[in-house]
Design a protein around this ligand. Structure first.
Ligand SMILES: [Zn+2]
Length: 561
């Protein structure tokens, strides 16, 4: 059933004002809403590091080897996204080139923040910003997050959790428990278990003794760790963890118990479509980026093919269902990939197609190589190449890029440089780049994403098409949580920046700069002086606001009651 949208333009404009951010170019988000339609369901797919060249290379590969004209993605191309990050308090880390945290915050919530931030503002006392998934939860829809990376990694995290730095993956795992997200599938078991004995995959990164899996089970989640278990699962809520860290690259998946992205999405749809209010799912092809960082061509292609299979599942469902929008983009490009290099007008696919494992695996073996002969044997085993030049063997053995500089990827970098050179593939480095990425959409949401848009528009379009209120969801979150910078004193007291926290809580505190004290209703409190200001323990702010404030150390946030 199709519904007409009414009055949402005003909501959208004020969302922009609330966030203090109007980076978006003129798009159909601002115009002509009378033609707009809504969708009950929304499937969001993010190819991490999937720049335009990654897509082209994968299409050329599919044409050559599968006799496939186009990727599924190509059928629904609608425009491009700009990806730059917001300003940073951590100055040299933010700018034209985004990381996955800032970009996921942008396309998940509609707000530009600094590199490293997971859906919080760039302030001394940061405030949470709600995502499309959180707004959908608030509206009673069922929700799901899926990734081939750790499920605690930046992209899924930005859709349902809030932390000042993306590396806080233990906090992210714990925040998922109360996020309301019904289906979580991916890697990253090590952030959910407290001991190696509890871990199916044998590893833990938690030191707080918290078994997060048990917390999920107490909330009624069915927990699965293999393809078979996923297929058989009957629960209304599902936590699937398929590796200790990221899910292995496609080239390395000998274990058939690792479900593909398409299988994970199919299962998530099966579970979530039971909700009469509709559902929102975010699916991330997380390892296209990792392969790009390493300059591993064959894995870039294989991971993008897997992602495209998931897009196919989404698109087929949407076509048959008639009430679902599908929107796809990338967070940024990774590696500065070029097709053709060094003035030669071709690319040799057969060279990298013969590579039978990810360079992560091959690189580990190469690190063990003792001499030039070992290098030749390992390379031949994984690629069939038996005519390495002396120069190529040296590059691998010395861990050098093609230009002779040291590779940050060691011998793995040397190996990828050799394969890329032979295949006529170019890379500008091992980091992200700032080029625009493509946007793909199907269903009513396509109307809002046609042409060039900013990645913040991606979130606004998603929220608009399913009729959920990002602004209201953000207000709700901000009334409950603050994410301040803080210090721990020598006697292990946690203290907070006086002026900034008072301001964030909407009160004024009279602070004596000279002797670092504050006076509230006649009572004097001692503060701690630092070069950045005067810090006070939480009871000072409780006295000033009359509210119950709790420090949630695990999530590094203040809970306001
Ligand atoms: Zn990356």
């Amino acid at each position: 059933m199709k519904k007409w949208l009414k009055g949402t333009a005003a909501v959208l404009l004020s969302t922009t004002l609330l966030f203090g951010c109007s980076n978006s170019s003129q798009s159909s988000l601002d115009q002509d809403i009378s033609e707009a339609e809504t969708s009950k369901n929304l499937i969001i797919l993010i190819g991490d590091g999937m720049g335009p060249a990654q897509v082209t290379l994968t299409r050329l590969y599919a044409q050559k080897y599968f006799d496939q004209d186009m990727l599924t993605l190509d059928e629904i191309l609608v425009g491009t996204n700009s990806t730059f990050a917001g300003d940073s308090t951590y100055k040299d880390e933010s700018g034209v080139v985004t990381d996955s945290a800032a970009s996921a915050t942008a396309f998940g919530t509609g707000f530009k923040t600094y590199n490293g931030a997971i859906s919080v503002t760039n302030e001394e006392v940061a405030r949470p910003i709600a995502s499309v998934i959180e707004a959908a939860e608030a509206a009673g829809k069922a929700t799901g997050l899926i990734s081939t990376a750790r499920i605690t990694h930046a992209t899924p995290a930005a859709y349902a959790t809030h932390v000042r730095q993306r590396s806080m993956e233990n906090a992210i795992a714990a925040q998922y428990v109360t996020s309301g997200v019904d289906v979580l599938l991916g890697g990253g078991e090590r952030h959910f278990v407290a001991t190696e004995e509890e871990a199916k995959f044998g590893k833990t990164k938690r030191e707080d003794g918290l078994n997060v899996i048990e917390l999920f089970q107490e909330k009624g989640y069915e927990v699965v760790t293999s393809s078979d278990e996923l297929e058989k699962a009957k629960g209304e809520k599902l936590l699937g963890l398929f590796n200790d860290s990221h899910i292995p690259y496609n080239l390395d998946r000998e274990d058939t118990q690792v479900p593909s992205l398409a299988e994970q999405l199919s299962k998530a749809i099966e579970v979530l479509e039971r909700d009469d209010d509709g559902f929102v799912i975010m699916v991330e092809g997380g390892r296209i980026d990792h392969a790009g960082h390493a300059n591993d061509i064959h894995s870039v292609v294989q991971e993008t093919l897997e992602f495209d299979e998931a897009v196919k599942v989404a698109l087929e469902y949407a076509k048959q269902d008639g009430e679902t929008s599908v929107m796809v983009t990338a967070d940024h490009e990774t590696g500065g990939l070029t097709i053709g290099s060094r003035n030669v007008y071709d690319t040799y696919f057969d060279i990298f197609k013969k590579v039978t494992a990810s360079s992560e695996i091959i690189g580990k073996e190469l690190e063990e190589a003792e001499d030039r002969d070992d290098v030749r044997k390992i390379v031949e085993k994984y690629t069939g190449i038996n005519d390495l030049t002396e120069e190529e063997v040296s590059l691998i053995l010395d861990g050098k890029e093609w230009d002779g500089t040291e590779s940050s990827y060691g011998r793995e970098g040397g190996f990828n440089a050799v394969i890329s050179k032979r295949a006529l593939i170019g890379w500008t480095g091992h980091g992200h780049t700032g080029v625009d990425v493509s946007v793909y959409a199907y269903g009513p949401v396509a109307h809002y994403l046609t042409g060039h848009t900013d990645n913040t528009d991606f979130a606004l379009a998603g929220a608009k098409v399913i009729g959920v209120d990002l602004e209201q969801a953000t207000k709700e979150l901000q009334s409950k949580y603050l994410y301040p910078s803080f210090m721990i004193t020598q006697d292990e007291k946690v203290v907070f920046p006086g002026q900034s926290l008072a301001k964030a809580l909407g009160v004024k505190i009279e602070i004596n700069e000279q002797n670092a004290t504050a006076v509230i209703e006649g009572q004097k409190y001692e503060g701690v002086k630092d070069h950045s200001g005067i810090y006070f323990p939480l009871e000072v702010f409780e006295a000033a606001t009359g509210k119950d404030l709790t420090w949630d150390a695990l999530s590094e946030r203040i809970v306001i009651e």
